[in-house]
Design a protein around this ligand. Sequence first.
Ligand code: PMP
Length: 357
Amino acid sequence: MSRFLSERYASLAPYVPGEQPRDKKYIKLNTNESPYPPSPEVIKAVGREEMADLRLYSDPDCKILREKLAARYGVEPENVYLSNGSDDILSFAFMAYCADGGKAAFPAISYGFYKVFANLYGTDAMEIPLKADFSIDYRDYLNLDRTVIIANPNAPTGRTLTVSEIEEIVKSNADHVVVIDEAYVDFGAETCLPLIHRYDNLLIVRTYSKSRAMAGARLGFALASKGLIDDLNRLKFSTNPYNVNRLTLIAGAAAIDSDDYFMDNCRRIAATREKTAKALTALGFAVIPSKANFLFAKHETMKGEAIYRLLKERGILVRHFSDPRICDYNRITVGSETEMETLVDTLTAIVKEGTTL
Ligand code: PMP
């Protein structure tokens, strides 16, 4: 840090993304990317002509893609906001609704970025503990008089709330925004999208990074009442109006045109998840029931960190968190069938060697 950095940022603890090592080729199960490529339509959509058009700015209103997403989700274009990944939207949500001493609440074990944004924007953050089984008790979020941020399914647990539980939260915090981060919803959870027609304080955040296999394109979207979408646009047009680039807009639209391809892959990943969960359970792992594209699992005897390290030595990357509340666990992204078979074979060998490091 230089001596020039503003004092308010001096104590920031930035988010630490999952590792992307280059030393060798790993089976990469650590950042919840899709094991499958984007659809052939997406790959075809970005051609020479589009490259040549890069001399032009992108459409700051993202009109075509907003219309496509509106049609896909049964809302109006005015209910859709697009941004540079969903992290960008979450950042704007903290900036818009709970910056400078504003109050927020989110689960104590959840997506790590919520805490980073709270720090960045000077939010008074209440972190609400999970229950012993890692579930969220929706009753802890009623009448909080704060902005509420919940990932559903939650990360890194994969556990879900029901739509009626979310509705209770939204209803009882009518004077605050409730952000439901649905990054993983396409893998088998229930979306609370129908609620945006009844509640003007519900902001749903989605991403192309997981179910639409486009993490590298950086595309996220929000679905909400017109008022909340206008707020996000206000911030976007006050920072970077071109925050979604031309190629990503084109790829994002082609993805909606070939949506069946992506939703089929989500079902495939969900089936692989269930099969892997069973195999891990048979190996002595406690596996949290997940509706996301990852599993959160701890072994009955082996330490989480040791499993992470032994897997990495053998070419498989998973995500280990050092937080003492979850350090016995590893978060394992659901890869392809073959990748997961290799994972299970490797873990079988590791467990058999009886290492208790
Ligand atoms: N929300 C959750 C719960 C996540 O796990 C992630 C991925 N790290 C994101 C949001 C951000 O995704 P992106 O910025 O790639 O859209």
